[in-house]
Design a protein around this ligand. Sequence first.
Ligand code: PEP
Length: 252
Amino acid sequence: MVHPMIAANWKMHKTIPEAVDFARALKAEFPETADRDIVLAPPYTALSAVAAVLKDSPIHLGAQNVHWEEKGAFTGEISAAMLADAGCRYVIVGHSERRTLFGETNETVNRKLRSVLDHNLLPILCIGETLEEREEERTFSVIEEQVKEALNNMSASDIRRFTFAYEPVWAIGTGKTATAGQAQEVHAFIRKLLGDAYGGESAAAIAILYGGSVKADNIASLMAEADINGALVGGASLDAAVFGSIVRYDRQ
Ligand code: PEP
């Protein structure tokens, strides 16, 4: 069985004191989390402060983005080495906001993933179709292209370190959640793609998260699906009590 993961993507929200207060509250609520992984991805400015709070806690720290170069004249960018130095374990790569607002392509996503792996960090790779692509019945071809191009030159041992996040763009921050059935259909397709490329055993062990307007009242039905192994949560992750109840999806 795949270990479930609930991850918070705070995007461009929270000052350092707000991030620290949240992390302290969550750490107190989940002193041990043996049966699920919890990840907080604060903005860069709060990474070190949150890392200090999460020390001695099973809750993991994640970053929202990374640059693929090691160091150099890349004003405004942060490398994987810097994220590791700040205490991160996970890095979200290829979020749809990065793709649509900041011009990320499957090729730059692939370079970022390589750098993340080279620094012993664990990628959370986001993929998902737009509303237009879904309406044109191109969901599966778009997902296939995103997965194949992002994973170009990745080995089976690389793949075992991945978490995937299926995030239909039309469901992010819109209040429109994919139905559990719609999400499951795409999750099963992603797992099949991974199985075809890397073998069924590797594919069965990979966590595939769903993201897109996940809330306390829809998480349980999503998690009941066979291929949904967790959630990447944006808006509903900004409040510690609400996020805590999503993490406790099976103990409401
Ligand atoms: C996200 O940004 O990854 C996300 C899923 O956002 P929201 O939960 O707000 O839809």
